[in-house]
Design a protein around this ligand. Structure first.
Ligand code: C2E
Ligand code: MG
Ligand code: MG
Ligand code: MG
Length: 273
């Protein structure tokens, strides 16, 4: 109706949303309602944590915990993703630096970046400022973008990637193999790492087609000199397959759900022993 925005939630149902949602999200960004959870990325061969992905959540005053699928699209539509993304970037860099300061092994912090952020001409300088502010060396920061982010405006994306690479940050292609993605992005854009989508990993090792696709993607990544990570790894059988297929890294509930920074520190300290 007149007073609602139609919006689709993860289950595919349509829910009426008061127009105040935009203001609510704005308040969330400025008013301390967002927080990050962190999910380890592990070396498949050794099981050691090599990186951590930062994932944003909204602690809504009335609704409680809201997952990103329910507010990132709105943030994109309204442009609020730019200040939201800036907050995420700074918070993640701050936390990565704090972990490093505890003396646990240094590790990569991975931050998701959406289309409007990547199209913002100031994005690279925001990244440089965040690294500088928190004293984090650039090679410890990895930015994750999906294929659609770079394919929207290839020329602009290439220029942005060049600026980011000049800073020394790493770039990964997220959700590879999901949706209608083609191989074009790999040919055109200088990524450092490929993250295989959970939908491919899910069917391992039983599904012959998934086995063929995942094996092909791993060897493609090797040929293109990209490191390769499997997303959404939940079972030992998937892990065994990935080890034999020489997939380098994995992330998923098999190792840890996204957790608090304190829990990450505990995991890091445990693996030191
Ligand atoms: P993503 O970047 O592909 O992140 C992985 C998602 O898969 C996360 O969902 C994570 O909790 C979930 N996941 C990890 N391991 C498993 C597993 O073993 N099984 C299953 N079923 N799921 C697993 P989450 O946290 O709900 O995030 C969803 C998406 O929201 C992310 O997908 C990313 O596209 C977006 N997102 C999250 N944080 C941010 C952010 O700070 N900025 C932007 N622009 N997008 C974000
Ligand atoms: Mg991601
Ligand atoms: Mg992903
Ligand atoms: Mg995903």
């Amino acid at each position: 109706g007149r007073n609602t925005l139609q919006h689709h939630d993860g289950a595919g149902t349509s829910v009426g949303m008061p127009l105040g949602e935009h203001e609510e999200l704005h308040l969330a960004i400025t008013g301390d309602q967002l927080f990050l959870e962190y999910q380890p990325q592990v070396d498949v061969a050794t099981g050691r944590i090599t990186g951590i992905e930062a994932l944003v959540r909204w602690n809504h005053p009335a609704k409680g915990r809201v997952p990103p699928i329910n507010f990132i699209p709105l943030a994109e539509e309204t442009g609020l993703i730019v200040p939201l993304g800036l907050w995420v970037l700074n918070e993640a860099c701050r936390r990565a630096r704090a972990w490093q300061d505890t003396g646990v092994a240094p590790l990569t912090i991975a931050v998701n970046v959406s289309a409007k952020q990547f199209a913002d001409p100031d994005f690279a300088s925001h990244v440089a400022e965040a690294l500088e502010r928190h004293g984090l060396q650039s090679h410890w920061l990895e930015l994750e973008v999906t294929e659609s982010v770079v394919m929207q405006d290839a020329e602009r994306a290439l220029a942005m990637m060049a600026s980011l690479r000049a800073l020394g940050v790493r770039l990964s292609i997220d959700d590879f193999g999901s949706g209608y993605s083609s191989l074009a992005a790999l040919k055109t854009f200088p990524f450092d790492r490929l993250k295989m989508d959970r939908s491919l990993v899910e069917a391992l090792p039983g599904d012959k087609t998934a086995v063929a696709i995942v094996s092909a993607v791993i060897s493609l990544a090797q040929t293109l000199k990209l490191s390769v990570l499997a997303e959404g790894v939940e079972t030992d059988a998937q892990m065994d397959f990935l080890r034999h297929a020489r997939c380098e890294e994995a992330q998923g509930y098999r190792f840890s759900r996204p957790v608090s920074p304190e829990e990450i520190l505990r995991l890091l300290q445990t693996q030191l022993r």
